[in-house]
Design a protein around this ligand. Structure first.
Ligand code: FCB
Length: 449
């Protein structure tokens, strides 16, 4: 008897992104991205690592997809397209080998019975657009993003099941343009950061319209992937829940209110005063262009009680992952619920990323290498309970994607933080499915646990 059973047709997926796994940075006409140049700057990345080889997925795509089908049997795979592979200069000339790679990837997924879920932008902006326009500081880049989306829609839109316009605009603007810990490594003032925010939101809206126009697959869905800044109530008293919902709204509404309701929050606008971004008439209508679902990435939440905010002292004693993120399985339930109540309406929601990094090491078991990542199994099991509760309570949650299918280049933290269900030996590119891959495979097989 399964204690936690999921609805028929529930999407069980795995996630990745181009710069984190593909490598082949200058192969087949790929242009440089802002991450290639950022990684060359000393002390930006742990141990000065970079994504130029990564998991060499570009050269191993076919066997990697077969491995996903065989060892996990996921029914969906969320990958991202490297804009500079398709358009080496960010605009103009389309690189046939670049688009050809994604064409083969989509076909391979369909051949293996896996739904392609395609992210158009997971942070690897063509370097040419950074140099020429200052990246997302320029409105022009939002327009060029739409042109790029139209190219993707035209080439892949007959087969891709689900489209994600941007991955986590909040991380792009905070880490890329405010604190500078991600490419392009800028530290802009408030007004500059707000301008970048506006352009990212505009890119999402224009990109949605361009995809809508160019894709032909019936029933294909388009949406944004938002990384929620998450809070969970410490107790389930009505006061704690409503205080937590309020904080959640404060932290997420400046991105989700324009996307879902076509307005910037009035208090924020007042607070920003002379730092409000330049906008044009009609921008908010574009930003709020209707979408088919909302993707949520969440890794942990902060516990809240009414009348107080910030970290609750006993969170210090929570287990922490290798990222030093607390393990707070409630986050999936509460994030889904608050997003639904505040911004979702009837819109389907999907958890497009959830996962954990641990110091995984292969061991020999009678001469075979195994990775016993029990902490990841416990993490997944506890988090899936939150999803299950959300569904039981009628929230429109339709899918769950584990970050990540394989260990990869974790941005400024480099290769040490392993998030994968599949272990990568970077010395020889050997793939070793971890114990969690087998566990997840069983969850998918039984549609529960
Ligand atoms: C998310 C990113 C993803 C990965 C995970 C750990 O913010 O979207 O690329 O780095 O965090």
């Amino acid at each position: 008897m399964l204690k936690y059973r999921f609805p028929d047709g529930f999407t069980w997926g795995v996630s990745s992104s181009s710069y984190q796994i593909e490598g082949a940075a200058s192969q087949d006409g790929r242009g440089p991205s802002i991450w290639d140049s950022f990684c060359r700057e000393p002390n930006r990345i742990a141990r000065d690592e970079n994504g130029s080889v990564a998991c060499d997925h570009y050269n191993r795509m076919e066997s990697d997809i077969e491995l996903i089908a065989k060892t996990i049997n996921a029914n969906a795979y969320r990958f991202s397209i490297a804009w500079p592979r398709v358009l080496p200069e960010g605009e103009g000339h389309v690189n046939p080998a670049g688009i050809g790679f994604y064409d083969r990837l989509v076909d391979k997924l369909l051949e293996q019975g896996i739904k392609p879920v395609c992210t158009c932008y997971h942070w690897d902006l063509p370097l040419a657009l950074q140099k020429k326009h200052g990246g997302w500081q320029s409105r022009r880049v939002a327009e060029l993003f739409a042109e790029y989306c139209e190219i993707l829609g035209t080439h892949l839109g007959d087969r891709v099941d689900t489209w994600c316009t941007l991955n986590e605009p909040e991380v792009v603007l905070t880490a890329g343009y405010r604190t500078g810990v991600h490419a392009p490594g800028l530290m802009l003032d408030e007004k500059g950061v707000r301008q970048v925010t506006h352009h990212l939101l505009l890119a999402h809206g224009l990109g949605t319209q361009a995809l809508r126009k160019s894709i032909t697959r019936q029933g294909a869905r388009i949406g944004l992937v938002h990384n929620s800044t998450s809070y969970s109530p410490l107790t389930e008293s009505a006061e704690d829940i409503s205080a937590t919902r309020e904080v959640f709204h404060c932290e997420n509404s400046w991105l989700l209110s324009p996307v879902s309701h076509g307005v910037y929050p009035a208090e924020l606008w007042r607070e920003l005063d002379k730092n409000v971004p330049e906008t044009e008439d009609g921008d908010l209508a574009v930003i709020a262009t209707s979408t088919d679902y909302l993707g949520i990435n969440t890794y942990f939440s902060t516990a809240m009680v009414s009348g107080e905010r910030g970290e609750i002292p006993f969170e210090k004693h929570y287990p922490r992952t290798l990222m030093n993120w607390p393990v707070t399985p409630d986050t999936l339930y509460w994030t889904t619920r608050f997003v639904h109540e505040l911004y979702g309406g009837k819109k389907p929601l999907m958890i497009t990323e959830s996962g954990s990094a641990w110091p995984d090491k292969p061991q020999s078991d009678n001469g075979t290498s195994v990775v016993n990542d029990l902490a990841r199994i416990v993490y997944l099991r506890e988090h899936l309970k939150g999803i299950h509760r959300a569904i039981e309570e009628g929230l429109p949650l339709e899918g769950y994607f584990v970050w990540s299918i394989m260990d990869n280049f974790e941005w400024s933290a480099g290769y040490e933080k392993r998030f994968g269900l599949i272990y990568i030996d970077y010395e020889n590119q050997k793939r070793i499915p971890k114990a969690s891959a087998e566990w997840y495979r069983n969850v998918i097989k039984w549609n529960g646990f």
